[in-house]
Design a protein around this ligand. Structure first.
Ligand code: PEP
Length: 249
């Protein structure tokens, strides 16, 4: 069983108005002009998913959501279901981002339920895991991360397309990055956990690294053992920065 193509996905978080679609257009034009070795995706806020899918649909850049509700519909004011994202043109969805785990109390069980919802709607989930600085300093990184993988990935993912993103919480938006040895240690542990959960099929899903990836450090991070792409926050907002990462993959 061969491993999936690397994936570089941009997470715009709560950034972006209609004018920002020009950046998506520029990414798509460059990707189509010089197809990179990796898959490329942009995950704008839900208000832009439909418009972005219209603007870059049919290009080499996929569109994703940043979260979804586990339920299909109902009295959940302000929330968006996986089906709504799919209908708007999304093909992927980020789940369990640390900003949602910390800010909205999302548990592993909830993330797993959202992953099932994503599959139900035909979306490819990118499931985020990662330790806090306190947990790393306490020597708990591998236990925390492998525990999150086991708790956040439902059995239904077996044989399906999905990705895991290792994002140390302390590296997100801080400019700090782990050493390559630290990244490899965690990615190898995640791969072993995926094989424990899914057997041979656990060797396929890409394991993205996320946390202060930029054009200047992407080359070495993306070559690290078991790193199958990147989840990029700040540096995905500008096409030139994001493309610098995409071409390094
Ligand atoms: C993220 O939030 O997923 C992320 C990786 O952010 P940044 O690249 O800005 O650290």
């Amino acid at each position: 069983m061969s491993s999936a193509r690397p994936l570089v996905a941009g997470n715009w978080k709560m950034n972006g108005l209609a004018v920002s679609l020009d950046e998506a257009r520029a990414v798509a034009a460059a990707v189509d002009a010089h197809p990179p070795a990796c898959r490329v995706a942009l995950c704008p806020p839900s208000t832009l998913v439909h418009r972005m899918a219209e603007v870059i649909g049919g290009t080499g850049v996929e569109v994703g959501g940043q979260d979804c509700r586990a339920e299909q519909s109902g009295a959940f004011t302000g929330d968006v279901s996986a089906e709504m994202l799919a209908e708007a043109g999304a093909e992927l969805v980020i789940l369990g981002h640390s900003e949602r785990r910390a800010g909205y109390g999302e548990t592993d069980a909830l993330v797993a339920a959202k992953a099932e919802a994503a599959l139900r709607a035909g979306l490819e989930p990118i499931i985020c895991v990662g330790e806090t600085l306190t947990q790393r300093e306490a020597g708990e990184t591998l236990a925390v991360v492998t525990g999150q993988v086991k708790g956040s990935l439902p059995k239904a993912l077996a044989g399906k397309a999905f990705a895991v993103a290792y994002e140390p919480v302390w590296a997100i938006g801080t400019g700090l990055t782990p050493t390559l040895e630290q990244i490899e240690e965690v990615h190898v542990a995640i791969r072993a956990t995926l094989v424990e959960l899914f057997g041979e099929a656990g060797k396929v899903p890409p394991i993205l690294y996320g946390g202060s990836v930029k054009p200047s450090n992407a080359g070495e991070i993306l070559k690290a053992r078991e790193v199958g792409g990147a989840l990029v926050g700040g540096a995905s907002l500008k096409a030139t920065d994001f493309l610098g990462i995409v071409t390094a993959a």
